[in-house]
Design a protein around this ligand. Structure first.
Ligand SMILES: [Zn+2]
Length: 405
């Protein structure tokens, strides 16, 4: 009996393991679109600590439960030079484990990493580069509840929050579709989207997520990797204004905004002395000693500075992408590439500019302005992503390979 039972399990495993994503399986069913994200929460060369306020189960890389963790316990992970994990001082036979939180109605399942509680489960893995990673496995709709309050203002109009929900969902699922099997699809910081976990959640942003469940931005039957920024200053950027090598598509060509003048960064001024500029550029290997002139190469339609060109007495020039200048001076200092130089002399420079952020895609302050003027989130999306539309993620899966021509 035992032998037959095991044989049955083995057969089941072979059947499921041989069914690739998105293909029609037995009975004609299509495997549903993946919705579980993997978000990197922490990466360290030292110890990694996970707290389990309501208890947890730990399973190994064969999905076998190896520990039951009582409520209130901390788990301390470390790795040896072969990448093997130890948990609270006990060496394991694996390089990664999954921690599934326990809990109930009054005590929601969650795990705590660096003082922040998260929904979903957690993978702790030892990497080939000598680090330990904590990766949150979380359903996209739950993930968005921890993103929206960080990426927008929960007290803004609901239609603006709904437009952000669609944009943030599209960004996350597009990243997932690029490489579903990657150890992680997203980081929890500004390099992807800021994800604050359980404590960040707010009933108003939760409502916006629920009201748009499953909706993403689509173009030509494919999900769009969306971009957004705080304030465009009156006209959004073309994608190649910021990243010259990226192909311009209709939905990233730049549009007039006219809705974001309430932003505190709608206009700004930034002064710096020449030695500070030279120092910032020298740190990146650029020499700008004694330039004789400075000119801007600007996309006159979008207002964005594509290149800043320094000229020297020798006749040589240094051409620096506008976005690179922002990176070197600090994105919070030179707030956008939508600027002019108001003054340039031996004392330094004065930039006068508009907006905050790269300016591509949704203008968040603009979405607020449109929502307050009575536009719906679909109208907001249509305005900022010309030619793209809203579709259900399920209907776009499986994602076809991008055409090569
Ligand atoms: Zn705007």
């Amino acid at each position: 009996m035992t032998t037959r039972f095991k044989a049955g399990l083995a057969l089941l495993y072979v059947l499921t393991a041989c069914q690739p994503d998105g293909e029609v399986g037995p009975g004609g069913s299509v495997k549903p679109a993946p919705t579980e994200l993997r978000v990197l929460l922490q990466e360290t060369e030292g110890l990694l600590v996970v707290s389990c306020p309501a208890g947890a189960l730990i399973t190994d890389d064969f999905d076998k439960t190896i520990y039951t963790v009582p409520p209130g316990y901390d788990l301390v992970f470390k790795r040896n030079e072969h990448g093997v994990l130890s948990i609270n001082g006990e060496w394991q036979r694996c390089t990664w484990v999954t921690i599934v939180p326990q809990g109930g109605e009054d005590d929601p399942p969650r795990l705590v990493v660096k003082g922040v509680p998260y929904r979903g489960s957690l993978v702790v893995r030892s990497t080939a580069t000598g680090t330990l990673q904590a990766v949150n496995r979380i359903e996209v709709e739950e993930y968005l509840r921890g993103v929206l309050p960080e990426e927008t203002y929960a007290n803004w109009s609901l239609e603006a929050l709904k437009s952000q929900a669609v944009v943030s969902r599209s960004y996350a699922l597009a990243r997932l579709s690029e490489n579903p099997d990657a150890p992680y699809h997203l980081r929890a910081d500004t390099s992807s989207q800021v994800y604050g976990g359980f404590f960040s959640e707010d009933p108003r942003t939760d409502e916006a997520v629920a009201a748009t469940a499953g909706e993403v931005l689509a173009y030509g039957g494919r999900i769009v990797t969306t971009f957004f920024s705080s304030c465009c200053g009156g006209h959004t950027a073309a994608i190649d204004d910021v990243w010259p090598d990226v192909e311009r598509r209709s939905f990233f060509a730049g549009v007039e905004c006219g809705w974001c003048s309430a932003s505190p960064n709608y206009t700004w001024e930034y002064s710096l002395d020449f030695s500070r500029l030279a120092h910032a550029l020298a740190a990146a290997g650029y020499t700008v000693e004694n330039p004789t002139g400075l000119r801007l190469r600007t996309n006159t339609r979008t207002g964005r500075v594509r290149f800043v060109v320094f000229t020297f007495a020798s006749g040589e020039e240094l051409e620096l992408p506008g976005n690179e200048l922002r990176r070197l001076l600090g994105y919070g200092e030179l707030r956008s590439t939508f600027f002019e130089i108001a003054r340039y002399d031996e004392d330094g420079l004065v930039f006068v500019g508009r907006g905050y952020g790269h300016g591509i895609g949704l203008c968040q302050w603009g979405s607020r302005g449109m929502a307050e003027a009575g536009f719906t989130y679909k109208e907001i999306i249509n305005h900022y992503y010309t030619g793209a539309g809203i579709a259900q993620w399920d209907a776009l899966w499986p994602v076809e390979p991008r055409p090569t021509s």
